[in-house]
Design a protein around this ligand. Structure first.
Ligand code: C2E
Ligand code: MG
Ligand code: MG
Length: 759
């Protein structure tokens, strides 16, 4: 056995010239052979086995083994060419610990373990079955370390006689463990490289590596797929082969400036494929430096962003356009308006916003269906587009609301001119389902800077002005005035409250008697709805019916009114009030397919006779729905319910239309009665209406009769029925029975108490 302690480690200083046949020479030979194999890129397992055999040669009657820690922290036999497989299986899976044989203990403690006799050594106590099975005695183990990753495993020499290691063998074990470490680290490195290069080739992103002078040195498959250049065409070139000419020199200057300053650049670049096509890519470039800080490479990773771009574009279109009409939408309009306002602020000047809402659009939707509604919106959009200059932006905000941006708009009159043009364009009927419909529009106008200095305010004020236009009879334009804002605020608050009013039982019916003009006896009564508001008191129908129509609540509300009135009527009949006619107002949108059937069952369950119910409709129904309403009205008439034309004279129904409608009664509008009898032309009109009604075999009622002179005039000219404050105001149901019981409607007997909402 050798006793030289000063044997050099690999790379360590040589302290003596080696004796060509001595132990040092043997160790150097072993190192030499193993390193040669490493240098020749031999398979690492083969190299480790060679290392084992070379080591065994230096200790007679011994077997060498390399064990490696796996991911689970157990030791696995990696090379042991002289150990039979059955024994290898016994050793495999050893968990390092304080008594885990020689290798398990060496790895656990991180230091060499020299067991002279495994039969008696405590460190082998738990593994005695292996000792006995294999007859092993001495087992010396050295941990294999790697500088950066710690302990990789162990190198061991096991022999079948009990013995202690000589200094030479300690040295030998140290050198063998170092060599095994080199081989294992190299193996791991190669595995990592293989993984990296597999990833490199299979990445979806293109990769291009250049040297410091920007010569391309490496590209991957995705590079070829995206750019069209094969690796051999690209390598040796500079990235300039990809330039599209899309970017300015300033762009590239900024690119290099940032790359040099921060070591990386990220962004979007337009490049050119080999086939000439220009495409957007998302690019990330990193500068790579060596350990001395010297720039060596640039690594560029990029992905083709064409599909992202095109879906971005599609998304943008979806987000900025209205699918139905193809017009820009609210988002687009708001962005454009904000930009226009900013521009006008900078340069000076004016602009205008027109807010349009189609009049009674809901009626079309409700009576003809959404299909017709959509068609109307499309036609309206087309008309708007055609009557505006191409410079004016027209957009659909949603529903039947449109907006126009007039920019620039040097004087207020210009915006009004545009509004007039639009109103004019809507005079012609639209064709829907083979029928002609006139749908007008109401327009609100706001001006920058007079009515607002930001987009949101301008839009809001144009909206408020549009409501004012609606209030003043629709089919007109209004310019914004500050007082309008308050109207819109209360309207929004009211909408929410109105929706709840029905559930909360806040609606009440008052009834106004109707008298026979010949003897002034009460012969009927009209049900008039009121909203008993918890804080605002009794609200008249004019203040909430239009809103109920607009928000679609009118159907439920209308049904409630008819049902409540019929129940009350049936109760009155049962109480002996006589054979009166009960009049109920209905809104145009309530007249639609199926309403006759609903009415029929309502009459059945309330027990009120059809022939004593009269529904009051307005001329606007005929105006807007044309002959479509005729069918529904006939169906209603067939149930036996009577029909009255309310507010007659205010609309435009023609004789021909009247003749074709199943009407029983004309109610002359209050506005005519008011001017009776002093105004001779009004007197002539009322006379004519009575005559016309009688010619068509209709009864005629005058409403709003307040004075004796009016009563006289109407009775003289043969008006059949009279209704008005002169006889009785609308009042709660409990006040009605006494009037009928008294039997007469003469002024002297009329109860003049106002119900609070009729002044
Ligand atoms: P209308 O059907 O023409 O009802 C007559 C209106 O004239 C009632 O107003 C009534 O109070 C008022 N009036 C009656 N006699 C006189 C008079 O001598 N002088 C004056 N100045 N006014 C008189 P009210 O109750 O405010 O109703 C207004 C309108 O609201 C009604 O006009 C009707 O079109 C609508 N309305 C009322 N109830 C309902 C309902 O249940 N459903 C629907 N859709 N509309 C309703
Ligand atoms: Mg009425
Ligand atoms: Mg009326």
């Amino acid at each position: 056995m050798e006793h030289r302690n000063e044997l050099p480690r690999i790379g360590g200083p040589l302290t003596a010239w080696p004796d060509p046949s001595g132990p040092l020479e043997k160790l150097l030979d072993l190192q030499h052979e193993v390193l040669e194999r490493v240098a020749a890129h031999e398979d690492p397992l083969q190299t480790l086995e060679a290392l084992c055999r070379l080591t065994e040669k230096l200790l007679p009657d011994s077997v060498a083994s390399v064990m490696v820690l796996d991911d689970t922290g157990r030791l696995k036999v990696c090379a042991a060419p002289s150990i039979p497989p059955g024994v290898v299986r016994l050793l495999d899976g050893l968990r390092p610990g304080p008594r885990a044989g020689s290798c398990g203990t060496a790895v656990h403690r991180g230091e060499p373990v020299f067991v002279e006799d495994a039969r008696s050594d405590l460190r082998w106590a738990p593994l005695r079955h292996i000792v006995r099975a294999v007859h092993l005695r001495a087992c010396w183990s050295m941990p294999i370390r790697a500088r950066d990753v710690g302990i990789l495993g162990s190198f061991a020499l096991t022999s079948f006689t009990a013995r202690a290691p000589s200094p030479f063998h300690r040295r030998l074990l140290g050198i063998a463990a170092d060599l095994a470490g080199i081989v294992l680290r190299r193996q791991r490195l190669e595995q990592r490289l293989l993984l990296a290069s597999t990833a490199f080739e299979h990445m979806d992103e293109g990769v291009m590596i250049t040297d410091a002078r920007q010569r391309i040195v490496e590209v991957n498959q995705a590079f070829t797929r995206i750019t069209g250049y094969e690796a051999n065409e690209a390598i040796g070139q500079t990235p300039r082969i990809l330039r599209s000419g899309h970017h300015s020199p300033a762009f590239y200057r900024a690119f290099w400036e940032e790359l040099e300053r921060t070591g990386q650049w990220r962004g979007e670049v337009w490049n050119r494929r080999k086939n000439g096509e220009i495409y957007p890519q998302l690019l990330s470039v990193k500068a790579v430096h060596d350990e001395h800080g010297e720039l060596t490479h640039y690594v560029a990773i990029f992905s083709d962003a064409s599909h992202i771009k095109s879906s971005e574009k599609r998304l943008w279109e979806l987000a900025h356009h209205d699918e139905l009409t193809g017009l820009p939408n609210r988002v687009f309009f708001r962005e454009s308006l904000d930009r226009a306002v900013e521009r006008t602020k900078r340069r000076g000047g004016r602009l205008a916003v027109l807010f349009l809402d189609l009049d009674r659009f809901k009626n079309v939707n409700d009576s003809l269906g959404h299909h017709a509604g959509d068609s109307l919106l499309k036609q309206a959009a087309e008309r708007l587009r055609r009557c505006l200059r191409s410079a004016d932006l027209v957009a659909r905000l949603g529903g039947d609301e449109f907006v126009v941006l007039v920019d620039p708009c040097h004087e207020a009159e210009a915006a009004e001119g545009v509004a007039r043009k639009i109103l004019e364009a809507f005079r012609l009927p639209f064709e829907l389902e083979g029928q002609c419909f006139v749908t007008t529009t109401s327009i609100g106008i706001s001006h920058y800077p007079d009515h607002g200095t930001d987009g949101a305010t301008l839009l809001q004020h144009a909206d408020a002005a549009m409501y004012e236009a609606k209030k003043h009879g629709r089919n007109r334009a209004e310019s914004y005035q500050p007082r309008m804002t308050a109207t819109v605020c209360t309207r929004i608050a009211m909408e929410a409250e109105l929706r709840q009013a029905l559930e909360r039982g806040q609606f009440v019916l008052h009834y106004q008697p109707i008298y026979d003009a010949r003897n002034l006896r009460p012969v009927g009564m009209e049900a008039l709805v009121r909203w008993q508001h918890p804080s605002r008191g009794l609200i008249p129908p004019a203040a909430f019916i239009p809103l109920a129509e607009e928000i679609g609540l009118i159907h439920e509300l209308g049904y409630w009114v008819t049902e409540t009135a019929c129940r009350q009527g049936a109760a009155w009949r049962a109480a002996g009030l006589g054979d009166f006619v009960l009049c109920v107002n209905v809104s145009p949108s309530q007249i639609q397919g199926g309403c006759a059937g609903k009415l029929q069952s309502l009459l059945e369950h309330t027990g009120f006779p059809a022939a004593r119910l009269e529904l009051e409709i307005t001329e606007s129904l005929i105006m807007e729905h044309g002959s479509a309403a005729g069918g529904d009205l006939r169906a209603i008439r067939e149930t036996g319910v009577r029909l009255a034309m309310d507010d007659f004279g205010t609309g435009f129904s023609s004789m021909a239309q009247l003749k074709n409608l199943p009407i029983d009664t004309l109610k002359i509008d209050r506005s005519f009665i008011r001017d009776l009898p002093e105004n001779p032309s009004v007197a002539a009109i009322v006379e004519a209406i009575v005559a016309l009604g009688h010619a068509l075999q209709l009864t005629v009622t005058a409403e709003g009769v307040e004075h004796a002179e009016q009563e006289d005039f109407l009775r003289r000219h043969g008006c059949d029925f009279l209704q008005g404050y002169r006889f009785a105001r609308p009042q709660p149901p409990e006040a009605i029975a006494p009037l009928f019981a008294a039997g007469g409607g003469h002024p002297a007997t009329a109860d003049r108490a106002a119900d609070g909402s009729d002044d």
